[in-house]
Design a protein around this ligand. Structure first.
Ligand code: 16G
Ligand code: ZN
Length: 535
């Protein structure tokens, strides 16, 4: 513990204003980068403990603030199979980071070690990566100091997308086993995706050029690198990469990227041509939104709900063609932000079950893992499709009775390798969408006609204390403050196809209100009325 105290003195935390404390939230610790050095040091201590508590399995640490402004940063822990940190440990992270002195930090560290019967002579291993934010340098220095002080073996993977780090954690922990997830390197990630992409296409042609807006983040250089691995003799993939300047940190996520497109409901100002099939990544390349601008039809946006229903419909059909519909359960997981029209399309038209969970990847992921094929996306474009072991075995071992059945089985197996099984991945999801559009011979317009979104509006409401807003029913209703939900219900009742909810943000100091209704003006009005109730 002397070594921890000594190292901690070099990377102290900053005392927050009266009454405030650090919290491991939906995205780990996320705030202004200059508050994060000591926090990251302490996250390093916890990652080491977590590794030892799990018998020396490798734990990941990712340093990123995703779609947030360049001056922010964040740090979060990745569990051995590439999932988000277990919830009980989020509390431990919060406790460690809020220790007030170096000595109490060391005591807290010892207390956790005792609770999990940790043997300090046993091995611990941590791997980490960061996005392109310049503040990342200082934070990884603090992280490495904690790993050194605790005798933890580590690998610094330098600059990565968030999903690449998740891939590497899983690949490291499964290396040399029958569950091997791929080669343990960034190259291994590209090779796996490029190979699965070619196989999933099965000779189908990709229609025209795809423009990719990389939010001036890590996705830019990584996409360019990936493209080198595509087998040119088998696949013609014409990609135009835009907003890929990572040398000017101040333009990261600035008026571009998936979050900008989704929340402003418009294309980035620069570089996007009319009628070009376009998609946007966010700053750490784990969110994806497709869109097109068109002189007569205006702006067409295909968000996470659309990607979800596209994937569910295509994979559902393949499972049918593969003769596996009686064997494999397929389901869709959404949050309260999913457009009501998408939920209706999936349940009534695709006839698939939909489960609603609270916001945040860990909630969706967990529920999706309960299906053989679990499709989960947040409307903001974060999501993936999970395949159970039984599903992958069936794709591999079913003996086809016809060429069509063989094709379906081959494509399903390729998709299970193409789609990132650990977390939402903009690059992997984009390749999945391109494969599906190629098979269906669809343009973005075709895709957009599957259903019509209900007009909707999201507003951010500044409140004195967001923590008084407590929700039930997967965040669709407020249980506290008492009486507020009844007032919201009274407003919602007045609108055709009306739906609205309010919840405390998990990443910002504010409440969010979402409303949808039959027309744009009614959706706006309903959102304003609910916002007034919450304020
Ligand atoms: C985080 C979540 C994202 C969620 C968002 C909601 C992860 C990896 N990210 O960015 O899924 O949509 O928070 O933010 O879980 P809010 O609570 O501020 O609305
Ligand atoms: Zn992100």
């Amino acid at each position: 513990s002397d070594s921890i105290i000594a190292a901690s003195q070099k990377h102290p935390t900053v005392a927050l204003e009266h009454g405030q404390s650090y919290k491991y939230g939906t995205a780990g610790f996320r705030m202004k980068a200059d508050l994060l050095e000591g926090v990251t040091f302490r996250v390093g201590l916890l990652a080491s403990l977590r590794s030892r508590a799990l018998g020396g399995q490798t734990i990941g640490v990712m340093i990123t603030a995703s779609h947030n402004p360049a001056a922010d940063n964040g740090v979060k822990i990745v569990d051995p199979m590439g999932e988000m940190l277990e919830q009980d440990w989020e509390v431990l992270a919060t406790d460690l980071v809020n220790s007030t002195t170096h000595e109490s930090l060391a005591e807290e560290y010892e207390r956790i070690a005792k609770r999990f019967k940790i043997d300090f002579t046993s091995p611990a291993k941590v791997i980490y990566g960061r996005d392109t934010r310049p503040s990342g340098h200082k934070l990884v220095t603090a992280l490495a100091a904690a790993l050194t002080a605790t005798g933890t073996e580590y690998v610094d993977y330098k600059i990565l997308t968030t999903p690449q780090l998740h891939y590497l954690v899983r690949a490291t922990n499964t290396e040399g086993t029958p569950q091997s997830y791929g080669e343990v390197s960034e190259t291994g990630y590209y090779k796996k995706l490029a190979d699965a992409f070619a196989r999933a296409l099965k000779g189908r042609k990709i229609n025209g050029q795809l423009t990719v807006d990389c939010a001036n983040g890590v996705g830019g250089p990584k996409l360019a690198e990936f493209l080198k691995y595509i087998p040119q003799d088998k696949v013609k993939f014409d990609v135009k990469v835009v907003n890929d300047d990572v040398l000017r940190p101040e333009i990261l996520n600035l008026e571009c990227g998936a979050d900008y497109v989704k929340t402003k409901q418009r294309a980035p100002a620069v570089t996007v041509r009319h009628q070009a099939r376009t998609c946007s990544f966010d700053g750490d390349a784990d969110r994806l939104i497709y869109y097109q601008t068109d002189s007569d039809k205006g702006f067409i946006m295909l968000d996470g709900d659309r990607i979800s229903s596209l994937a569910a419909s295509f994979i559902g059909d393949l499972i049918q063609s593969a003769g596996l519909s009686d064997e494999l359960r397929i389901g869709v997981v959404q949050t309260a932000y999913a457009n009501g029209a998408s939920t209706n399309y999936i349940t009534s038209h695709l006839r698939l079950p939909v489960i609603c969970t609270p916001t945040g990847v860990k909630h969706l992921h967990h529920v999706a893992a309960g299906f053989d094929v679990g499709v989960y996306f947040e409307a903001n474009g974060h999501g993936t499709v999970l395949f159970s072991n039984a599903a992958v075995r069936a794709f591999r071992e079913t003996t086809p009775q016809s060429p069509a059945q063989k094709d379906a089985l081959d494509i399903l197996l390729a998709l299970s390798e193409l789609i990132n099984q650990t977390v939402g991945d903009a690059l992997s999801d984009m390749l999945m969408v391109e494969v599906i559009l190629a098979h269906k011979v669809w343009t973005l317009q075709d895709w957009a006609t599957t259903y019509t979104d209900l007009p909707n509006r999201l507003v951010r409401v500044e409140v004195k204390d967001k923590d008084i807003f407590k929700t039930t029913d997967a965040e669709r209703r407020l249980s506290h403050p008492e009486g507020v939900q009844e007032l919201i219900d009274q407003e919602v009742k007045k609108y055709k196809d009306g739906r609205a909810f309010a919840r405390a943000s998990g990443t910002e100091n504010a409440c969010r209100v979402y409303a949808e209704a039959a027309t744009r003006s009614e959706a706006n009005e309903l959102a304003d009325r609910v916002a007034r109730i919450v304020k």
